[in-house]
Design a binder for this molecule. Structure first.
Ligand SMILES: [Zn+2]
Length: 153
């Protein structure tokens, strides 16, 4: 409940400086901040939802009905290439986008499909360095199950 409320505040925060700050952030990553890109960034770079491209499109369309699906897909790819987003495949055929670039793990709820971040230090993976013949670049644990007590209060 508290988490859901926080999330709403995040995405509906319409403070006037936000688009300007976003535009500057895009520029720092070498992305030209067109109005459509800023609109897409305002949702996808602030969300904790791990949305698919189509979910991003649906959200952005609520406020910017003229934004096309192709624009959203191309922009997400561009953001990913420029290091603003990570593309994750957490289930077969399910690609989602994550603005949290620091290493972290994920929990996927079996019943709702919701994806939640797990802090890096909350889990300990042993013996990664001992895997024979593998130079590991990165890894991530995907935990699946049912969230208990998620609706406290
Ligand atoms: Zn994440």
């Amino acid at each position: 409940m508290a988490a859901a409320r926080k999330k709403n505040l995040r995405t509906e925060d319409a403070s006037p400086s936000a688009p300007q700050a976003l535009a500057e952030r895009l520029e720092r990553h070498g992305v030209r901040p067109s109005a459509q890109r800023v609109a897409i960034a305002s949702y996808v770079l602030g969300t904790e939802d791990h949305p698919s491209a189509d979910q991003v499109w649906a959200r952005v369309k609520e406020r910017f009905p003229m934004v096309s699906r192709a624009t959203v897909y191309n922009t997400l790819r561009h953001f990913t290439e420029k290091g603003l987003l990570r593309e994750l495949v957490l289930a077969e055929g399910r690609q989602v986008f994550d603005p949290v670039m620091e290493p972290h793990h994920h929990f996927v709820d079996d019943t709702t499909g919701a994806i939640r971040d797990i802090p890096w230090n909350a889990l300990k993976v042993a013996k990664i360095d001992e895997l024979e013949g593998l130079d590991v670049r990165e890894y991530m644990v995907v935990v699946r199950g049912v969230a208990r007590g998620a609706r406290k209060g």
